[in-house]
Design a binder for this molecule. Structure first.
Ligand code: G3I
Length: 356
């Protein structure tokens, strides 16, 4: 009897110790750094593509920049080299030098290329903004630009941001030369023209602010639903996600779910997490800020893991390391890699999110 009791007590103690051990892979929810993280060697092994926006200068001149891209990333977006102002030099005249360099680098290193961006209210060259003509002339102008560019990259660029930032934060259409001269139809025409040029390309509507403006989020999804109802060849929504440490977990995850509810591809397309959203000159990157940033990175991957696998197009970070981010001089430290090319706690947060 005494022996049986000893065995039971021993088994109970072992069970208790096991239950309290750190080996348990169930994530707790208090957001601390003890959360388990995906056991992978680099982001290329993640469950879906992880990309980075790249610039041609460091790609050519900074070996560490190239190395970290090759090691960690499976997708590339040109941060600026495929924008209209860079490519378009006049009617039928193009400069693809930088864009081609990026595409060649990507293919040599087995990376997907995402095209950014065909039609945007910014970066429109002056020969287009000063163009005069009828509505049909404007349609032809847009058609030629889109089809020349998409044809140039056909078979090399897997997907495009066809239209970028067409809705304002209040849910109304954003003014641009295409809206003025063609009307709202310019949006569906842009998708049709791109699809005609490359029927295999995955075509996105890319937009920011979906995670903080409810009015904008509703308007975006309404527009997407209308386009899909008209059989416009729209295959995905890009959520830029230039976000910051003050944004809300629920809103971030809701925006990702709402996009997936359209049953089309979801791309978190320009992810960065500001720790200095008010652009204060005297901010330093403290552990407390790093911790908040880590949480936001985790919410993003959790959000993507929460949608059907077939809709997870990928997550693209808007830059490679803090040093090369468009926000670095704010000052800000927005990316998962430091200016010394080291993995930050944001990187761990990103990996933690792969546990649903
Ligand atoms: O190319 C010139 C270069 O010749 C000159 O020496 C230099 C001097 O400042 O300027 C260079 O152009 C700048 C370009 O970035 C390349 O560095 C432009 O002035 C500058 O406006 C441009 O900013 C880019 C911005 O889009 C506007 O195109 C940012 O790098 C880029 O990160 C940002 O990306 C956008 C996405 O495309 C859309 N979503 C929002 C996101 C952030 O604003």
């Amino acid at each position: 009897m005494k022996k049986t009791l000893t065995v039971i007590l021993f088994a109970f103690t072992i069970t208790l110790l096991w239950a309290c051990s750190d080996d348990d892979n169930t994530p707790n929810t208090n957001g601390n750094t003890e959360l388990p993280k995906l056991d992978i060697a680099n982001l290329r092994e993640a469950p879906f593509k992880i990309g980075a926006a790249v610039s041609v200068n460091p790609l050519k001149n900074d070996t560490k920049y190239r190395d970290i891209l090759i090691k960690e990333f499976s997708s590339i977006t040109a941060e600026n080299a495929m924008k209209m102002s860079v490519i378009s030099k006049g009617k039928g005249q193009y400069n693809f030098t930088d864009a081609d360099y990026i595409v060649d680098f990507a293919h040599q290193n087995n990376m997907r290329v995402h095209g950014h961006t065909l039609i945007w209210y910014r970066e429109t060259p002056s020969w287009i903004t000063s163009f005069t003509g009828t509505k049909d002339d404007w349609k032809n102008l847009m058609k030629q630009y889109i089809q020349d560019v998409v044809t140039h990259f056909k078979g090399k660029v897997a997907s495009w941001d066809v239209v970028n930032e067409v809705i304002m934060d209040d849910g109304t259409y954003r003014p641009c030369v295409w809206l003025t001269n063609i009307g709202t139809e310019y949006i569906e025409l842009a998708f049709q023209y791109a699809h005609e040029a490359d029927p295999d390309a995955i075509l996105f509507y890319n937009e920011y602010g979906q995670e903080y403006s409810h009015a904008k989020n509703v308007a975006i999804n309404k527009l997407v639903d209308e386009l899909l109802a008209k059989n416009v060849p729209l295959h995905g929504i890009g959520l830029q996600m230039h976000t910051d440490i003050n944004k809300l977990e629920d809103r971030i995850k809701y925006a990702i779910r709402a996009a997936a509810a359209r049953n089309i591809q979801v791309h978190v397309s320009e992810l960065d997490v500001s720790v200095n959203p008010e652009n204060k000159a005297d901010v330093t990157f403290t552990d407390a800020l790093a911790k908040k940033q880590q949480d936001i990175y985790r919410y993003i991957t959790q959000g993507m893991m929460g949608i059907p696998q077939g809709l997870q197009f990928g997550i693209t970070m808007w830059g490679v390391t803090d040093q090369y981010s468009w926000r670095y001089n704010s000052p800000d430290w927005v990316l998962p890699f430091s200016d010394k090319y080291e993995r930050k706690s944001a990187y761990d947060g990103f990996l933690q999110g792969f546990y649903k």
